[in-house]
Design a protein. Structure first.
Length: 278
């Protein structure tokens, strides 16, 4: 119990004193976001920025050819990928695709936890994107964008990173994973919201990082929070709140019933999303 309390106390103190070290956005994501905010930017210049990171370029081409954006003609260059995705969506998609760079550690134990957190996050992304496809197909409502859903799902659990980094200094915590789980459950939402604000992200991303697990937080209309919650619940992230999350999604009209998520189409959408991150 002492270990758990020690970690919680250290984290809470650092949050309250503003001394918790928050992760910084990967450099390439920052470059793309700055470029996207430049009113003078054009598609060629944006393609040049993205081409500086071969991994990001490859993933951009993958998403351009995926079921989410793909057309009959295959995209084979960064230039074509940027043209297909468009400048409006490129900012969020590039940030999302660069996010894996944050889930790394030199410490083998922490590395294991980071990798598990990343794999779990990709599951939520795949399910959330598939939920969006089902929702759009059913309602023809296109107010929610694929780029924002992808990014919201990728940052939903971002608050876990500083907790794992802090735990690295207290390796005894890893001997009992429960300690870590308690710290994550109690503090990751609050930390996640701080990271989103620090990065200058829009309120909808702050909401997702802060409140995705807290079903008492509800907003009018269907939001990115609802899509990510349903995606997370459907891949088993909610434990005792799973049924509450399903019920809330049906009441709001995200889906009509759970059978809509048990189709071959849903599985194909999921598989297509996962391919982007392989």
């Amino acid at each position: 119990m002492a270990t758990e309390n020690a970690l919680l106390t250290i984290l809470a103190d650092k949050i309250n004193n503003d001394t918790l070290v928050l992760p910084t956005l990967p450099a390439i994501a920052l470059k793309v976001r700055r470029a996207a905010d430049d009113p003078e930017i054009n598609l060629n210049a944006m393609a040049d920025v993205i081409a500086q990171d071969p991994s990001l370029s490859a993933r951009m081409i993958k998403i351009s050819n995926s079921a989410y954006l793909g057309r009959a003609v295959k995209v084979i260059s960064t230039q074509q990928a940027v043209t297909r995705i468009g400048l409006r969506q490129i900012k969020n998609i590039s940030t999302a695709l660069a996010m894996e760079q944050l889930f790394v550690s030199k410490n083998p134990i922490v590395k294991e936890h980071m990798e598990a957190a990343w794999d779990s996050t990709v599951e939520v992304v795949a399910n959330s994107l598939a939920v969006l496809q089902v929702h759009v197909k059913k309602t023809k409502n296109r107010t929610l964008n694929i780029d924002s859903v992808m990014l919201a799902a990728l940052v939903h659990n971002i608050g876990i990173l500083p907790i794992l980094t802090e735990a690295e200094r207290h390796t005894e915590v890893f001997a009992s994973p429960t300690f870590l789980e308690v710290a994550i459950k109690k503090l990751s939402g609050r930390i996640g919201a701080s990271i989103m604000k620090e990065w200058g992200f829009e309120p909808e991303f702050v909401e997702v990082a802060e409140s995705w697990e807290n079903m008492s937080v509800q907003y009018d209309g269907i939001s990115y929070l609802d899509i990510v919650r349903l995606g997370a619940a459907f891949c088993g992230k909610f434990e005792e709140n799973k049924e509450v999350a399903f019920k809330a999604a049906i009441e709001k009209g995200v889906i009509d019933n759970l059978s809509e998520l048990l189709t071959d189409d849903f599985e194909e959408y999921k598989a297509s999303a996962k391919l982007i991150f392989e």
